[in-house]
Design a protein around this ligand. Sequence first.
Ligand SMILES: Nc1nc2c(c(=O)[nH]1)N[C@H]1C(S)=C(S)[C@@H](COP(=O)(O)O)O[C@H]1N2
Ligand SMILES: [Mo]
Length: 327
Amino acid sequence: MADDFTYKVRGFFGRIPLEPHQLVDRLTPTEGCIVLCHLGVLEVAKGDDWKLEVGGLVERAASFSVGQLKTFPRTEVVSVHQCAGSPLTPDKPTQRICNVRWAGVRLDYVLGLAGAERSANFLWSHGADSGEFGGLECGNYVKDLPLSRMSDDVLLAYEMNGAPLLPEHGYPLRLVVPGFYGTNSVKWLRKVELHPERAPGVFTTKWYNDPEPDGSIRPVWEIAPQSVVVWPKPGSHFNGDDLVQVWGWAWGDDGIATVELSFDEGRTWQECRLEKPPGRSWIKFVCDWSAEKGCTGLMSRATSRLGESQPPDGRRNAIYRVPISVV
Ligand SMILES: Nc1nc2c(c(=O)[nH]1)N[C@H]1C(S)=C(S)[C@@H](COP(=O)(O)O)O[C@H]1N2
Ligand SMILES: [Mo]
């Protein structure tokens, strides 16, 4: 395919504008959203002419321009958008997180037009960006998804927070997989294909696979339960018996059943009030606390509806601790 883009930036480009205590808005403004590009940032001049190919195990391979996709039924989804962290340090906890309103056309609608075949198990998604990362020549950015998990809220998105995608967020077209880590939401989306097996390439074989205790590997797909405290912020000072309303956000692919807080380094835990889960958005937790003299930090721990809790350390969703002081 003839190149219809240039590189605005070549090589790795990232931005983590907000610390957890700055995530005060339910919907993160675009300038506060994380940015993560392994290979570069593309600049596309004529977004509506950008072509998406649909192929692999389909009855009719097809190609749609973004202009055409915009004439199909439009769907909006508010969802947590989280970077799983560097694939070179996969067990390092990260708080690269935001909550975004996406708009686009449902992927299953477009796959339906092409006639998806039953023998397919995986969707491969190809970005137009290519280059070097981690000392390797990577080819294009290619990811995959299990079709069994593909819910109807997976989008071919052309808008973020009510405006066309910015170049660094994948203008003019990206995949958005609500509930999955950001790495799966391929930007500058050029091609989606159905296949019986997982996709080859460094981003699906070498990186983004976590080792499991039994020696198997687990692709970095579903977002594990996680939470951050927004208030109080790190370094806050209180007096003993001050009444503090602690609050923050919790999220995870399986939904959140409980969030607990500990003010004594994890010895005891106190359950928070949770708002009703609104779809794929993060949910707010709140807890009234009478500050205890000598407390030096607080921690939040989310548990999913399937009973999985945040671990103390060693994984990307490890418990986040906020240092404070109470005198
Ligand atoms: N084509 C392409 N898509 C990509 C990436 C990339 O490097 N190239 N990075 C992924 C990663 S690791 C993350 S966390 C999200 C970040 O999306 P954002 O920059 O819009 O926040 O994009 C994903 N999609
Ligand atoms: Mo990421």
